[in-house]
Design a protein around this ligand. Structure first.
Ligand code: ADP
Ligand code: MG
Length: 476
């Protein structure tokens, strides 16, 4: 008596089950059903193209062996792939493909597989039902290009992002990889691209997902046996924004899945946007084949913004929040918090919070006091440049004048105090100090120090000036 396709397939499953982990069996083999047996050709139905690819990649050897065991050497395997479940004809669109593992020679494996597609569908990769899906892109609407300040630190990444937003999938920046240290604006920029695409073409299916969340979703889908839905969902997107891909490190299975999703999206001209804390070449713990794809498009880095950009970011942020702060306070914050934008914003927020609590306006002294905890404890080395700036600000004289030859009384005073403070607060030699303040020699510095000390003794007002400035020096 001839065996039915189900009997043959069940016998295959028995063997397969004994040869792979239980979870893999559940994930990849339980959703398969036997469709038909014609002569020596067994056709099994798999729930998606992705399933087919996955089985062929990971289990082709095992499948070949078991099929041959059941049907003899001529045994062949064919897949019937469900392309669209949601068709209104009642039965799903499907397509058939032979297994690569059928031939005895391994060579045939690299041959392109002819795809026989149901004539009714032009492109089996479009899932018509999903197009109508209303997917929440998971974007934060506050992250836009409008409030993303441009500076030397981000010019390339920003303009590449802009180009991608204008033509998702249509530039050579695919994938676009934005990388840089923590708090430098990767998430903001990546989301700005997504928001811009949604704004100009609301129909586009855009999804923002952190790598961590993606990994979690993958684990959940394994647990719930919904891996196919998981993959289908991401493969149906027009734009995927994956944040912090360095978190893929060590997660081989999730990388494997993402590799397939990546390929699928890339082949169908969909846009992929990635962020990472390192350049692709420095990413450790990622599979080579995934890394090499990350390098296909453009990698653009974000640098620490310069002072001017930091000031601009703070001003923009304040404007957006309807807050006003004195210019010198903004300068102070921007000057002292110089390693990342998130801290910059954090400092300002805590400043505002404290001023609201204390019902006090924020002036420079208050800002300094409040930000003490924010600014790195390691007290900054005081430079002659800084002393000069402080003294000149205090006496309201232009910095260039101090270095000039002028003998105007207030300038001489500023110059002498600067020299005196440089001697007591820096490790610079008399010679270096003299050279710095307008190319004077060391005896001028000695004379200046002497003069200042004498005046402190005799002139109360002068003494108060010097104390004031010294206090400011210590506060910075
Ligand atoms: P990352 O993802 O690189 O850690 P984020 O994108 O979360 O950094 O940025 C941290 C904060 O700094 C966010 O609030 C963001 O809006 C802000 N930010 C970063 N760069 C800029 C910029 N160029 N212009 C305006 N805000 C910025
Ligand atoms: Mg981020």
């Amino acid at each position: 008596m001839e065996k039915t396709c189900t009997e043959v397939w069940n016998s295959c499953l028995q063997i397969i089950k004994d040869n792979i982990p239980n979870q893999s069996f559940k994930t990849w083999f339980e959703p398969i059903s036997a469709l038909k047996l014609e002569g020596k050709v067994l056709t099994i139905q798999v729930p998606s193209l992705f399933f087919y690819e996955w089985l062929e990649e990971h289990y082709v050897g095992l499948l070949r062996k078991t099929v041959k065991k059941q049907l003899g050497d001529e045994g062949r395997l064919e897949y019937n792939i469900v392309v669209d479940k949601s068709s209104n004809t009642g039965s799903p669109y499907t397509t058939n493909m032979p297994s690569n593992g059928n031939g005895a020679e391994a060579k045939t494996q690299s041959m392109p597989i002819p795809v026989s597609i149901n004539k009714d569908i032009k492109n089996p990769f479009i899932i018509p039902g999903l197009k109508k899906l209303n997917v929440d892109p998971q974007l934060n609407p506050n992250y836009t290009f409008d409030n993303y300040i441009e500076g030397d630190c981000n010019r390339l990444a920003r303009s590449a992002g802009y180009a991608v937003a204008a033509k998702p999938g249509g530039t050579s920046f695919n994938p676009l990889m934005i990388y840089g240290g923590v708090g430098l604006g990767k998430t903001h920029l990546a989301q700005a691209i997504g928001n811009e695409i949604k704004r100009s073409v609301p129909d586009k299916l855009v999804i923002y997902v952190s790598c961590e969340k993606f990994c979690q979703q993958f684990v959940d889908s394994l647990k719930n046996n919904t891996i196919n839905d998981f993959v289908n969902f991401y493969q149906a997107m027009d734009v995927i924004i994956m944040d912090d891909v360095h978190n893929f490190a060590g997660k081989e299975k999730t990388q494997d899945i993402f590799f397939h999703i990546f390929n699928h999206l890339h082949q169908s001209g969909k846009q992929i946007i990635l962020t990472s804390d390192k350049a692709p070449k420095d990413l450790a713990g990622l599979e080579e084949r995934l890394l090499s794809r990350f390098k296909w498009g453009l990698s653009a880095d974000l640098q620490v913004p310069d002072l001017e950009t930091r000031v601009a970011i703070l001003k923009k942020k304040m404007y957006a929040d309807g807050i006003e702060l004195p210019g010198e306070v903004i300068e102070y914050v921007a000057h002292n918090i110089d390693n990342n934008v998130r801290e910059l914003e954090g400092a300002m927020v805590s400043l505002l919070a404290q001023s609201t609590l204390n019902k006090k306006d924020i002036d420079l002294a208050l800002a300094k006091q409040m930000l003490k905890n924010f600014i790195k404890n390691t007290s900054k080395e005081i430079s002659m440049e800084y002393i000069q700036k402080l003294v000149c600000e205090y006496f309201e004289v232009p910095v260039e004048m101090v270095k000039s030859q002028t003998r105007k009384r207030e300038i001489v005073q500023a110059r002498q105090i600067s020299m005196y403070l440089s001697k007591s607060h820096t490790k610079s030699s008399l010679k270096t100090i003299g050279a710095f303040f307008g190319g004077r020699d060391h005896s001028t510095v000695i004379y200046a120090c002497q003069t200042v000390e004498d005046l402190i003794e005799t002139d109360k007002k002068f003494k108060a000036y010097v104390n004031d400035i010294q206090k400011k020096l210590k506060m910075s």
